[in-house]
Design a protein around this ligand. Structure first.
Ligand code: PLP
Length: 301
């Protein structure tokens, strides 16, 4: 019997179980991280803000001069089809465009490569586990690695250049922390592996405006702040300001709004979730149900 328990993938126009989804060992997506991707959430059986994720994915492909020869409508229908096939009502749905392999043997010219699209849907992935958030997530500020400069790798084109994040995760684990945030070379807060970072000070919400992916959840946070009348500042966020904040929280497709209780030894609100982070986390759970943002998946009966 076919095993769909790990999820479903779309590769080369076919829907296959995740375990059978493969790419070639010489694909430049693998050998050069010459690839872009995006991840949209399926919550309670429907996509949330799928068009916004597709807009960002298309912008990332354009920035990297990738063209998989698949229309947006075809990509969207592939995403719906793999989620329906997987049966997952809570899913992490990844769409990818890789440079591919050169059609001319031995070529080192990216124009010779056959770019290709593939996608997969797996059970929902939390960037910070809910039980960690419940007991109080502790964030480390990496000392031995900085975020790759934005004029070297454009963080707004979502990418697999995760060497800095992976080093940071090891450093955080060694220091006994749950996760990590990286600074830029000027000492400003950038982002973490899979999330944007926010500070709340005197009722103002501050998040970096540069050196970061413009997260769709970050955008939702900014829109929710406007709805509830919280002032927002998108600007460089020096690490000292993060450590002096009243509250800190993270945002990600993989979990929504996630309060943090400690950053590198500085404990906020006596270790309890902050009031604004809690309010925004609850509002996010409400927003993902709003019909205007949703596309329901047509699962087999
Ligand atoms: N920053 C990085 C590096 C990410 O990989 C992600 C998401 O995976 C985010 C931020 C958060 O973006 P989004 O809210 O679109 O998930």
């Amino acid at each position: 019997m076919t095993d769909w328990t790990e999820g479903a993938a779309w590769v080369g126009g076919e829907i296959v179980p995740l375990v059978d989804a493969k790419i070639h060992v010489t694909d430049w997506g693998l050998t050069r991280s010459d690839i872009t991707y995006d991840v949209a959430p399926v919550r309670e059986g429907g996509f949330f803000r799928l068009d916004d994720y597709l807009d960002r994915f298309e912008a990332s492909m354009a920035a990297l001069r990738l063209d998989p020869g698949v229309t947006r409508a075809e990509m969207k229908s592939a995403l719906h089809a793999i989620v329906a096939r997987s049966g997952l009502r809570e899913s992490y749905v990844s769409m990818t465009c890789a440079r591919g392999r050169p059609l001319v043997a031995g070529s080192r010219d990216p124009r010779d490569c056959a770019n290709h699209f593939y996608a997969w849907a797996v059970p929902f992935i939390h960037v910070v586990k809910p039980e960690v958030i419940a007991r109080g997530a502790r964030l480390w500020v990496a000392k031995n690695v900085r975020r790759i400069p934005e004029d070297s790798v454009n963080p707004r084109a979502k990418n697999y250049h995760w060497g800095d994040f992976t080093a940071g995760i090891f450093e955080a684990n060694d220091a006994g922390y749950d996760n990590v945030v990286l600074l830029d070379h000027a000492g400003n807060v950038t982002e973490g592996p899979g999330f944007n970072v926010f500070a709340v000070k005197n009722g103002r919400v501050i998040t970096s405006d540069h050196g970061v992916l413009h997260g769709i959840t970050r955008r939702t946070v900014l829109e929710m702040c406007a709805e509830v009348g919280l002032n927002v500042e998108t600007r460089p966020l020096p690490v000292d300001e993060l450590l002096e904040a009243d509250e800190v929280f993270l945002s990600s497709t993989g979990g929504g709004v996630m309060p943090v209780v400690e950053v590198a030894g500085r404990i906020f609100g006596n270790g309890a979730h902050g009031p604004e982070a809690s309010r925004l986390a609850a509002l996010y759970r409400e927003w993902i149900r709003r019909p205007e943002w949703r596309e329901e998946v047509a699962y087999a009966a």
